[in-house]
Design a protein around this ligand. Structure first.
Ligand code: APR
Length: 274
């Protein structure tokens, strides 16, 4: 590891800095979950059939709710079959090390951070979670698990009437929807922790950005808030170029061109030895 990065990380521990990690699909890539814009991503795997940017919309859900549900049940089974990797595990350990000085903001809906041990309280799942569903009419804000009878979903399998009946809101009996932010919807606090995320960004001294292409607006707002904060620095971890890398280096931070599963455990051990 670059000795000046090591020095910065050690200083962050000693001066009790506020540490935030922002993750994207790249942190789960090594668990076998396709990224969104990579060569094997959901945008390309079966894109003719699924057209994800059309499927992941409220408009499509209102038109063909059960087609959208089948796509999410398939993605949920891909996520359920994956295991957290050393990157996820290192982040859970960082939270145990720093407690309330640490927050994890994730765009990933795969639940791998929670399965690795990151707490729901300090993990802001700003795009939702494919293992949860809620009332499509928002009769309440209650999140409920997607029923286990719908596990191991295979691509293109149709829903039986009995399975369709499971996709109902437990409060009003109306249709349930996946608890995931759609492309034609907006971030909010109750479902996606918008206000909490911006509050954390405004007090962050060290932002570690891991495995994201920077294509969505709340993550960009987070990085922008940190870059405006006097003395705050950004460390970007990505196997490719991305807007966060340039921002990090511009403000005296670091851009590490390597995988999350290698770099995050390295950062953890510097924190532990500090
Ligand atoms: N280690 C580090 N970075 C990686 C790795 C890896 N092993 N594998 C891929 N990457 C990087 C890629 O270079 C890319 O910059 O991870 C990033 C993945 O980018 P995207 O596929 O765009 O995923 P993400 O940034 O999370 O997308 C954000 O966009 O489509 C919406 O809601 C969706 O949550 C998603 C959001």
């Amino acid at each position: 590891m670059d000795p000046s990065l090591e020095k910065l990380l050690t200083a962050s521990v000693h001066s009790r800095k506020f540490i935030t990690v922002l993750t994207g699909a790249g942190v789960s890539a090594e668990s076998g979950i396709p990224t969104f814009r990579g060569p094997e991503g959901y945008w390309t795997v079966g894109s003719e059939a699924y057209q994800p940017q059309e499927m992941a919309t409220r408009r499509m859900f209102l038109k063909q709710p059960y087609e959208v549900w089948k796509w999410y049940l398939y993605r949920r089974s891909v996520c359920a079959a994956a295991e957290p990797n050393p990157g996820h595990q290192a982040l859970a350990e960082m939270e145990r090390l720093f407690g309330d000085r640490f927050h994890l903001i994730t765009q990933n809906v795969d639940n791998l951070h929670i399965r690795a041990g990151s707490s729901p309280e300090r993990t802001f799942q700003i795009h939702g979670n494919v293992f949860r569903m809620r009332c499509a009419e928002e009769c309440s804000q209650r999140l409920v698990p997607v029923p286990p009878d719908l596990d191991d979903w295979v691509r293109d399998r149709d829903l039986t009437p009995a399975e369709t009946a499971l996709l109902r809101c437990p409060e009003c009996g109306g249709l349930a929807r996946p608890h995931v932010l759609w492309f034609d919807e907006v971030y909010d606090e109750p479902f996606y922790r918008l206000t909490s995320t911006l509050e954390v960004a405004r007090k962050t001294d060290l932002l570690i950005v891991a495995g994201t292409s920077g294509m969505t607006n709340l993550p960009n707002k987070v990085a922008w808030e940190v870059s405006r904060r006097h003395g705050a620095v950004i460390v970007d971890i990505n196997i490719d170029v991305n807007p966060f890398a340039a921002l990090a280096v511009r403000d005296g931070g670091f851009a590490v061109k390597d995988t999350c599963s290698r770099v995050l455990p390295e950062i953890l051990s510097v924190f532990q030895d500090a």
